[in-house]
Design a protein around this ligand. Structure first.
Ligand code: GDP
Length: 199
């Protein structure tokens, strides 16, 4: 069975005023540049080129919204980790993230971390940010095909320990299709329509 077969690119956003309506459920996906975020997104959604748009020059600093199903969205955050960006660019990025935080529909954050590098300072900042706003975090240790089984296992145990009480973590490989089911199950859970009366 296809996972969100009607997933489509919705829009790129440069300012909070352009965000789509804050209804339904939303999950964000983030990672350092080159962590394997676009590949993870495309693998999870089983769409070869869906996330390519985020790589279009000029769009790398934008938030890209995808509609997976009516009322279920995924927000692709710009790759971070290179301090070279101009100060205004960093400020506008922070503003966008802040505005995302305020959205009631935001259910959780998926963080893509290159398994060969492990959690870096910038990743830890994002983890703190997510903890501060009370949203769950799930870390994908990407490119795990580059590690031996023993290395992968050790890395997973270390990451689980570091994330205790703050989030969950799994091994993932877009190339070898490792961990797709686990990542999809979590997204499905986050994006489930809320039951009962609206708050
Ligand atoms: P992004 O900048 O975080 O969106 O990263 P990309 O998805 O563009 O991937 C960055 C680089 O990592 C590319 O050269 C990919 O081919 C490579 N890559 C991504 N996923 C995997 C994976 O599962 N295994 C391996 N070995 N390489 C990967």
């Amino acid at each position: 069975m296809s996972f969100y077969p009607n997933a489509r690119f919705l829009l790129s956003v440069a300012a909070a005023a352009q965000f789509p309506g804050d209804s339904g459920a939303e999950a964000a996906i983030a990672g350092r540049s080159n962590a394997g975020k676009s590949s993870a997104l495309n693998a999870i959604l089983a769409r070869r080129h869906l996330a390519r748009t985020s790589k279009t020059p000029g769009r790398t600093r934008l938030l890209n919204f995808f509609e997976l199903a009516p009322g279920a969205r995924l927000v692709d955050l710009p790759g971070y980790g290179y301090a070279a960006g101009a100060r205004e660019e960093r400020a506008s990025w922070a503003q966008l993230i802040e505005a995302l935080t305020a959205r009631r529909s935001l259910r959780g954050l998926m963080l893509v971390v290159d398994a060969r590098r492990g959690l870096q300072a910038a990743d830890r900042q994002l983890l703190d940010w997510a903890a501060g706003i009370g949203r769950p975090v799930h870390v994908l240790l990407s490119k795990c095909d580059q590690l031996s089984r023993a290395q992968g296992r050790a890395l997973l145990v270390a990451a689980e320990r570091e994330l205790t009480g703050r989030g969950s973590v799994q091994l993932f490989s877009a190339h070898e299709k490792v961990g797709l089911d686990e990542a999809r199950a979590l997204l499905t859970r986050w994006l489930e329509p809320t039951r009962g009366p609206a708050e």
